[in-house]
Design a protein around this ligand. Sequence first.
Ligand SMILES: Nc1ncnc2c1ncn2[C@@H]1O[C@H](COP(=O)(O)OP(=O)(O)OP(=O)(O)O)[C@@H](O)[C@H]1O
Length: 254
Amino acid sequence: MLRLDGVSRLFGGLPALDRVCFDVARGRVTALIGPNGAGKSTLINCITGVDTPTGGTVTFQERDITGLAAHRVSRLGIARTFQNLRLFPRLSVLDNVLCGLSGEGGRSMVMAMLRLPYLRHRERLLKLRALEALDRFGLADKASWPASILAYGDKKRVELARATVGRPDLLLLDEPVAGLNSDETAAVGEQLRRLRAGGHTILLVEHDMELVMDIADQVVVLDSGRCIAVGSPDEVRRNPVVLEAYLGQMEATA
Ligand SMILES: Nc1ncnc2c1ncn2[C@@H]1O[C@H](COP(=O)(O)OP(=O)(O)OP(=O)(O)O)[C@@H](O)[C@H]1O
């Protein structure tokens, strides 16, 4: 579904990504792991049009999307969550989730002012879908709350509800359990398993190895911008090059 072919990104002449190649298969969970500074977020940004690769190509459903603007990438069916939460704090939880359907409103300013019955009906349907998404993440009872007053774990789940409400073809999750306690991590893990069972294609960036090894079909390992391993969780776990990369980081921070 998604193919990265020789994707590079230089910052001031230094490679944050160095000719990265791998495929994300439809209906599977691909996890992207690697030590801090390996280039994971840069890669997600290059896929979603937040950043532009300096080399290589990104192909999504047979279409070259290299360098396409973020709003156009999102219209093609790629949704994401962010490592640092990006909710609108003053909007209600429901309105935050509705933002994930903004491409489906299908109304012009004139149509909105006319308040046509068709539009009112459409708005009701979109609200219903947003409520269903909140319900899937156990948040329907907080739909009218301002997003700012939610606990951190709930905010993470609102991001997931917003990213999934439009049923994107590809879901990119940037550290969905970072900062969560063990109960919250288990709950999000369960929700990710359900998304996977529902046929979602997911590219998951995550440092929580237990979660990655449990949920991923394929693991891609980045180190210093290079892809050093691609394989099943078991293959990657036993790969000496991967162990070396993580050991090297532990020694550097010891
Ligand atoms: N805008 C930028 N300007 C210059 N260097 C950058 C920029 N963004 C990222 N980098 C550098 O690119 C490299 C990869 O960073 P990136 O944030 O993609 O790593 P990461 O694997 O996501 O790390 P972490 O796990 O800590 O989030 C790092 O050396 C970082 O300093």
